[in-house]
Ligand binder design. Structure first.
Ligand SMILES: Nc1c(NC[C@H](O)[C@H](O)[C@H](O)CO)[nH]c(=O)[nH]c1=O
Ligand SMILES: CC(=O)[C@@H](O)COP(=O)(O)O
Length: 154
């Protein structure tokens, strides 16, 4: 049986990161986690490009623009959507999740969903480098694995 699988080893991998400034306290920790994972798995710091957007809603368009340049093997989307008093949360979460998935399918490179969507600030903190790990780190490992997997499929 031929098994297709990606290693978590970077080989000249070029990565774009789109990060939303809303809840920057959390998102900056996700960026730190992603950068740490990329570098520790062999990505050169010079091969990482970070684009800031105002909020998670703006992530998909920016991820698409980045992916369409052809300069990146993967794009990692980082953000923090935290539930407030109204239904705004649901609209932002729906659009960013659908949008990120659509960009991956359209551009045919891995576009990774590293956006935390939480009921409260405590849950977000737990996922930004404390008791539930760092979702930015996890997203970066996923990006490297997916780049490898797709290379192995050729
Ligand atoms: N409430 C959160 C937002 N809201 C802002 C939107 O993402 C968007 O920037 C605005 O509606 C303009 O289009 N964004 C987050 O990333 N996180 C939130 O908790
Ligand atoms: C997820 C959000 O957009 C959130 O911050 C909005 O809060 P609110 O529903 O209280 O306006």
């Amino acid at each position: 049986m031929r098994v297709l699988e990606g290693n978590v080893v970077a080989n000249g991998t070029k990565v774009g990161i789109v990060a939303s400034r809303f809840n920057e306290f959390i998102v900056s920790k996700l960026i730190g986690g992603a950068q740490d994972a990329l570098i520790r798995h062999g990505v050169n710091d010079d091969d990482i490009t970070l684009a800031w957007v105002p909020g998670a809603f703006e992530i998909p368009l920016t991820a698409q623009k980045m992916a369409e340049t052809g300069n990146y093997d993967a794009v990692i989307c980082l953000g923090a959507v935290i539930k407030g008093a109204t239904t705004h949360y649901d609209y932002v979460c729906a659009e960013v999740s659908k949008g990120v998935a659509a960009v991956g399918l359209k551009t045919e490179i891995p576009v990774i969903f590293g956006v935390v969507t939480t009921d409260n600030i405590e849950q977000a903190i737990e996922r930004a480098g404390t008791k539930a790990g760092n979702k930015g780190y996890d997203a970066a490992c996923t990006a490297i694995e997916m780049v490898n997997l797709i290379q192995n499929m050729k």
